[in-house]
Ligand binder design. Structure first.
Ligand SMILES: Nc1ncnc2c1ncn2[C@@H]1O[C@H](COP(=O)(O)OP(=O)(O)OP(=O)(O)O)[C@@H](O)[C@H]1O
Ligand SMILES: [Mg+2]
Length: 414
């Protein structure tokens, strides 16, 4: 082993596994901070500190003490809920990280709306409400209007987010937002009522090093319509008209600065209106989930996991594309809630299909997609030509047969 040890905050999930692999492949010992009953950590781990992410002050102490003992020289997380904790740990250890005083604004969407508005970033008009009277007032506010969006303050994965088209739907949407707890039990006060931004949805994948940002790609998001929005695919890189791209990058740069991102990845979700106006829906101080790292690798030849490792270690990161192709990920969802009885035609990895992942058990219960975590599987298609890649992905998607026999129970999978 060579080089400093690397510490991941939470080591579960495909992005954390890829970071662990990138570090291990480059000769770094990989450690993780995990909760006691968390999912199985990545196989590369040299050791771990068990802590309670729901008690951040104590977690910072325990993690920094462990990191000092193990000679940790880089701290990273792919877990959106832990980006604030990562900033605090990096600051304590004197390692490259984000501003610990601003990091909460990339998690708490009420704080996000205020700091982004103060920084001149165009965001949806947002009201924080704590009770039915405030909810009623917010719905009557002409700045909100209908449709509007009711969402938790610190959610992720679209959990608890509802697009509401009339006052009659608001109470149920507010209950849904209130019950969507943060993963580590954070009891954020209130919920958000937000103006609806109409247009096409994109995200901007960026890496910032020493406060200098490189935008790696703009990603087009495919999202279900209706009250509950679930991402069904991502494609990158998208070529926007030059003036639109400049405007989008300007908004995203300002958002990155406003939430204190200095060293690390960001994933900024934007809506572009038909007139080209860009609204920032949210910014997260982490790499985009949903296999966006895999898309960057295949479409652009950028090993974003190695790059993020370099950023965290304070080394120059390689962020220039070496390939000029296109990649798309498609997610498979269940047509209805019930028991998954069969799956046919799911793509196999091969030429132009570098990645497939199926995670639902045949015979198990599934739900119709209401949040991102309800997705059953994913496959990636890549190649030199965007239109051809999209055509091939559409064709493969049409060949998949998911059979679900109606059953009344929810799976409880989140
Ligand atoms: N103000 C808005 N205007 C239009 N659409 C919105 C708005 N807010 C949320 N949405 C839609 O709902 C989806 C989920 O909302 P949001 O991104 O705020 O939640 P999230 O839980 O952080 O989601 P994720 O972690 O999946 O990005 C968005 O991707 C978008 O489709
Ligand atoms: Mg989002």
């Amino acid at each position: 082993m060579t080089g400093a040890a690397v510490l991941l905050l939470d080591a579960a999930g495909p992005e954390a596994a890829a970071l662990a692999r990138a570090a291990a492949d480059r000769g770094h010992q990989v450690h993780a901070a995990t909760v006691a009953d968390g999912p199985a950590p990545a196989p590369e781990l040299a050791g771990r500190v068990v802590t309670d992410f729901a008690r951040p002050d104590r977690a910072v102490e325990e993690i920094t003490a462990y990191a000092r003992r193990r000679g940790v020289g880089a701290v990273l997380t792919a877990n959106e809920y832990l980006t604030g904790l990562a900033a605090r740990v990096c600051a304590e250890l004197g390692l490259p990280g984000n501003d610990p005083h601003l990091a909460h604004a990339a998690r708490d969407k009420a704080a996000m709306a205020s700091v982004l508005t103060a920084a001149g970033v165009h965001v949806p008009y947002t009201r924080l409400v704590h009770d039915d009277t405030e909810l009623h007032d917010a719905l009557a506010d002409p700045g909100v209007g209908f449709p509007c969006v009711i969402k938790p303050v610190s959610g992720a994965g679209s959990a608890g987010v509802t697009v509401v088209t009339s006052p009659a739907e608001a109470a149920a949407a507010a209950d849904t937002a209130r019950t969507a707890r943060g993963r580590y039990g954070d009891a954020a006060a209130g919920i958000l009522v937000q103006a609806y931004a109409a247009g096409d949805e994109y995200s901007v994948e960026s890496v910032t090093q020493d406060a200098v940002t490189t935008h790696l790609a703009v990603t087009r998001k495919a999202v279900t319509g209706g009250a509950r929005r679930v991402e069904t695919g991502h494609s990158l890189p998208v070529r926007l008209p030059r003036a639109t791209e400049t405007a989008v990058h300007r908004e995203v740069d300002a958002a990155i600065r406003a939430v204190g991102i200095r060293h690390g990845a960001s994933h900024t979700e934007v809506v572009i209106a038909p007139d080209g106006r860009c609204t920032v829906i949210e910014i997260a101080a982490r790499l985009g989930a949903g296999h966006i790292g895999v898309l960057l690798q295949h479409a652009l030849g950028i090993d974003v996991f190695a790059a993020l490792l370099d950023v965290a270690l304070g080394r120059p990161a390689a962020l220039v594309p070496t390939v000029h192709g296109h990649a798309t990920v498609r997610f498979v969802t269940a047509p209805c809630a019930g028991r998954l009885t069969s799956l046919a035609g799911f793509p196999k990895p091969g030429p132009g299909v570098p990645f497939v992942r199926w995670r639902a058990a045949i015979g198990g219960l599934v739900t119709a997609a209401g949040v991102n975590a309800d997705r059953l599987g994913a496959f990636v298609v890549t190649g030199p030509d965007a239109a051809e890649v999209e055509r091939r992905a559409d064709l493969l998607a049409r060949q998949i047969r998911v059979r679900v026999v109606s059953a009344p129970l929810r799976t409880g999978r989140t």
